[in-house]
Design a protein around this ligand. Structure first.
Ligand code: ZN
Length: 159
């Protein structure tokens, strides 16, 4: 037990948050922010560090991230000021970033957060995109709920 608590203490000491993007990191800046090969003109905004890990697993995205630390939720008492929105605006100020991808969760709070963010973002010369919500791979059209199916139509693309 004492060894375990020692180990946990060590983890707590070592793991902190990246000063740029808010991702978990062992250093002041996370491995993604330190990687010069990442596309510096692209920022993917997520709610949680776990979302960064999930997107990294797809190997589809080569840009940078910004972790908000949650989503706007009046019920939980979380407002815009509780999220890392000011830090995001600061990162966009020098004009390097050309596109912001809003990858908040496809639920009520995530949608509210994306809508809230899109307003100030549109005043900048930046392309703002939202992840397409599609149908689950391996799923059956007839079993998809109407919101998901509706979104899949909205997010359709030419083939
Ligand atoms: Zn980082």
């Amino acid at each position: 037990m004492s060894h375990l608590s020692e180990l946990l203490g060590e983890v707590r000491e070592r793991v902190r948050f990246c000063e740029i993007c808010g991702n978990v990191s062992e250093q002041d800046r996370c491995t993604i922010c330190r990687d010069p090969r990442r596309n510096q003109t692209l920022i993917c905004v997520v709610e949680d560090a776990k979302d960064v890990a999930a997107i990294e697993r797809t190997r589809e995205f080569r840009g940078l991230y910004h972790v908000l630390g949650g989503s706007i939720s009046p019920i939980a008492g979380i407002g815009p000021d509780d999220l890392r929105i000011a830090q995001l605006m600061q990162r966009l100020a020098d004009g390097t970033v050309q596109e912001v991808i809003l990858a908040t969760n496809p639920n009520l709070e995530g949608e509210a957060t994306a809508t809230y963010l899109s307003r100030p973002l549109h005043t900048l010369q930046i392309t703002v995109t939202r992840l397409a919500s599609g149908l689950p791979v391996g799923g059956d059209l007839e079993y998809a709920d109407e919101v998901t199916l509706g979104r899949a139509f909205e997010g359709r693309r030419s083939v």
